[in-house]
Structures are given as structure tokens and as C-alpha cells.
Write a protein that binds this ligand. Structure first.
Ligand code: ZN
Length: 177
């Protein structure tokens, strides 16, 4: 009997707690951490997840997935449910933006193409503009000519071995003599 009483007390307590602390709707939790940028983006200031750094917040109790992207919450609240097989894309390229005016539906493939295109662009800038320049390329070839190993040059410059070998072998930076 005692045992039953205990269980009942436990569930009563839980019931009371639920009434005392109403759950804040997810859209309110989202908007409470948003600031508007000069570009008109609604930028989420909370947690970010995934390789793209999307805004992420806890889903409503009992709903899956347990964590959900902010732009998904915003899209569904302002524009309606996302049909299966479709993804929400940012026209502003700002992964933390949840402004419904900057969100549109696309297919998974179109989003992927978009990402690949941007990553390729970023990579190009990083490798050829930020890391190496004509002067460094000449010094790599000179040091290699003096007998320094490609690996050692790569370590000294903080670039990959392959990058250095490609420069030495003239696969990249052909225009630099
Ligand atoms: Zn935006």
C-alpha cells in the first residue's frame, strides 16, 4: 500500500510542476534570441550545429527530432509545413538567419549543388590567395632545388604536403617562373 501511495504522490507532483511552469511555444523561444542585422536577416544568437552552423534549438516536448533548426521552425510557423522531400534554403546564405522572407523551399539536390558551389569557391580563395602567392611559390621551388624535402617545406609553411609537391612539380602555379 505504501508503495502505491508513493507512486501516486510522485505523479501528482509532476502534474503540479507541469501546471506551474507552462511550456514556452517554440516560436517564442526562437524569436527571443534573434536580432535583426543591417541586411534584414533575423540572426539567431543561440546554439549552432552541423557543418553549416545552422541555428539549433530544442524541439517541443515529446516531438522529434529533439533538436530542430531555427529556419525550419520559422518556415513552418510563417509559411506552412514543409512537404516531404523538400528542404528549406536561405536566399541570404546566412545559416543563422530565420527571416521567413529569406527562406524558400528547394529540393535536396539544389541545396547540395548550391553548397558545393560555395565550398569550391571558398576553397579556391583559401588555397590560392590566402595561403600561397607568387613569392612563396618561388621560395618553395628554390628550397626544393637546394635539396630541402617537400614535407619539411610543407610543415614550415603550414600547408599540406600535396600542395608543396604540386608546386614543385609544376602541377599548380604554372604561371609563376
Ligand atoms: Zn537572411
Amino acid at each position: 500500500m505504501e508503495c502505491v501511495t508513493l507512486v501516486m504522490n510522485g505523479s501528482n507532483n509532476r502534474e503540479r510542476t507541469r501546471h506551474m511552469r507552462p511550456v514556452t511555444p517554440i516560436i517564442d523561444r526562437l524569436m527571443s534570441k534573434v536580432i535583426t542585422s543591417p541586411d534584414g536577416c533575423w540572426e539567431w544568437q543561440g546554439a549552432r550545429r552541423g557543418s553549416m552552423g545552422y541555428s539549433t534549438l530544442g524541439n517541443e516536448p515529446g516531438k522529434l527530432p529533439r533538436n530542430i533548426y531555427g529556419h525550419i521552425v520559422s518556415y513552418e510557423f510563417h509559411k506552412g509545413l514543409i512537404p516531404s522531400g523538400m528542404v528549406v534554403q536561405h536566399s541570404c546564405d546566412n545559416p543563422v538567419c530565420v527571416n521567413p522572407d529569406h527562406l524558400s523551399l528547394g529540393t535536396y539536390q539544389s541545396n547540395k549543388d548550391d553548397c558545393v558551389e560555395k565550398m569550391r569557391h571558398n576553397k579556391g580563395v583559401k588555397q590560392h590567395k590566402a595561403r600561397l602567392n607568387d613569392e612563396i611559390v618561388r621560395s618553395i621551388r628554390k628550397d626544393a632545388g637546394n635539396g630541402e624535402e617537400g614535407k619539411s617545406i610543407a610543415a614550415r609553411l603550414g600547408v599540406s604536403d600535396q600542395t608543396v609537391y604540386d608546386v614543385i612539380n609544376g602541377k599548380t602555379w604554372k604561371h609563376v617562373i
